[in-house]
Write a protein that binds this ligand. Structure first.
Ligand code: ADP
Length: 473
């Protein structure tokens, strides 16, 4: 089977969240299992900073894409990952050579529609030009969402694409690629596609909806989220579309790349440890306390890593901050996101200088240290398609405290591998945090929970098999 992955981000080239981890690990995992696979990404500024000039190779090929009445040129670059996996990059500096991928702290780039229409068209032209034989194009998130649309419209009669099928994965339904209706001109499709059954969404054009309507198969990143998004509560207005496609929609939990996230071999943490020999974990906790200027004590330490947005449960945390601190916890935050949460956390940091550490940054090394050095990881997300941090935390014996939603509900078992709460309220979250404290104080019970957590296996082994069987179907 030949699979082509098309995504807006991928580890190790460019990352804003879990999507990059997933695309970065599923690609080699498929290759390992005998599938021929390649990937396409935009050539962002970040990619150029990761790849040395000898590793970023020009193919000397150019593609031309018509958007509106004008023609736009793109160049194709490539690199090779171990296992001879080709990763192709679409270069158009005007669009992709920027400090961020999609938005600055002030908001989204205003030309995101152009940037990703171009990416989708240029990718389809590049696949043809390079003569890549693919059975399936697997597209991720709204930025790649027009590819399934184009294959059933503009490229419908193209002999090169006759046999090609598409899989579209929703990593987060809240991000849809919504633009004003005149962008239909740039998309290059007639107004007949601008209707509520296809690309139109309350007067605007919706790239994600296009993918949900036109892709051959749909997936999302956990079985629970696959069900949730078919309800008005989690459907962000697209639950009806998803219910119509229910027979083509499945939920496949993300796998973890344990070559990067494993306490026994992690090179980014000061002390390695295993389920059998846990002593290194305490060294990491001490180091984390030191690094974050917290008191060196045996107080339970909670970590939080993630985007500082409402989705991640920041409003619940804000509401119960003082209560949590009163319980005697130490707390380390790592994240970037909305300005209002930056401000709130910074204020809290001043209030609790020796027990709370706020780190407004994107820092992978600190993320590893928090995962290894904390006793618990708080993830009270309002909704969570899959979530990776709780899976990493399990492997490090750091017990997740999570809201029972999406992938969090699918992966954490209350009082067995972590702590869960059903309803999204500060009260229920605090109850879970108190339960965690009670067990933490009984060292023997806590150790048993840590061992349960560390024995969980969310490797790609299972997930890759599920993707392969979906591709085969
Ligand atoms: P999402 O994709 O919704 O942002 P996930 O839990 O699926 O959330 O994945 C987030 C990924 O991004 C994890 O690998 C996490 O470690 C990483 N991450 C998020 N914020 C930061 C940060 N501030 N610094 C370092 N890594 C981060």
């Amino acid at each position: 089977m030949n699979i082509c992955q098309v995504a807006p981000e991928m580890v190790p080239f460019a990352k804003t969240g879990g999507l990059a981890d997933v695309v970065g690990s599923i690609t080699p995992q498929l290759k390992k299992r005998g599938t021929s696979v390649c990937a396409f990404l935009p050539l962002y500024k970040q990619v150029k900073s990761v790849l040395s000039s000898s590793n970023l190779i020009s193919t000397d090929l150019e593609v031309t894409v018509k958007m509106g009445d004008d023609l736009f040129l793109g160049r194709i670059w490539k690199t090779q990952l171990p296992g001879k996996i080709n990763v192709y990059f679409i270069e158009r500096n005007e669009y992709y050579h920027r400090d961020y991928l999609y938005s600055t702290p002030e908001g989204d780039y205003l030309d995101n529609a152009q940037r990703f229409i171009f990416f989708c068209r240029a990718t389809l032209e590049s696949i043809k030009l390079l003569g890549i034989k693919c059975d399936i194009i697997h597209c991720h998130d709204w930025q790649a969402g027009l590819i399934p649309v184009y294959l059933k419209t503009l490229y419908k009669k193209d002999p090169f694409y006759q046999e090609v099928k598409t899989v579209f994965t929703v990593h987060n339904l809240a991000y849809q690629g919504l633009f004003w209706h005149w962008d239909m001109k740039l998309i290059g499709l007639g107004w007949e596609y601008f209707n509520y059954k296809q690309l139109e969404f309350y007067g605007r054009v919706n790239f994600l909806k296009g993918a949900l309507v036109f892709a051959d198969k749909l997936t999302t990143v956990s079985p629970r989220y696959a069900k949730e998004i078919q309800t008005p509560q989690f459907g962000y207005g697209l639950d009806g579309v998803l219910r119509e496609r229910a027979s083509d929609l499945s939920g496949i939990i993300n796998g973890v790349d344990y070559s990067l996230w494993n306490p026994s071999s992690d090179k980014l943490i000061p002390a390695n440890y295993t389920r059998e020999h846990l002593s290194g974990k305490l060294k990491n906790k001490k180091q984390l306390q030191k690094r974050c200027s917290l008191l060196q004590s045996d107080a339970p330490l909670i970590g939080f890593i993630g985007r500082l947005t409402e989705q991640k449960g920041l409003d619940l945390i804000a509401e119960s901050f003082d209560e949590i601190m009163k319980l005697g916890y130490q707390f380390v935050f790592l994240g970037t996101g909305e300005e209002k949460y930056h401000r709130l956390l910074s204020e809290m940091g001043k209030k609790y200088p020796t027990s709370l550490s706020v780190n407004i940054a994107f820092d992978n090394t600190l993320a590893h240290l928090i995962t290894a050095g904390s006793d618990m990881l708080l993830m009270p997300s309002k909704y969570e398609p899959c979530g990776l941090n709780q899976l990493y935390a399990l492997k490090y014996g750091t017990l997740p405290i999570v809201h029972e939603t999406g992938g969090l509900a699918d992966t954490i078992i209350h009082k067995t591998t972590g702590f869960t709460f059903k309803n999204y309220t500060a009260e229920e979250m605090l109850h879970a945090i108190r339960s965690a404290l009670t067990l933490y104080l009984s060292k023997r019970q806590w150790r048993a929970l840590m061992k349960n957590a560390m024995a969980q296996d969310f490797s790609w082994h299972h997930s890759a098999k599920e993707y392969l069987s979906l591709y085969s179907s």
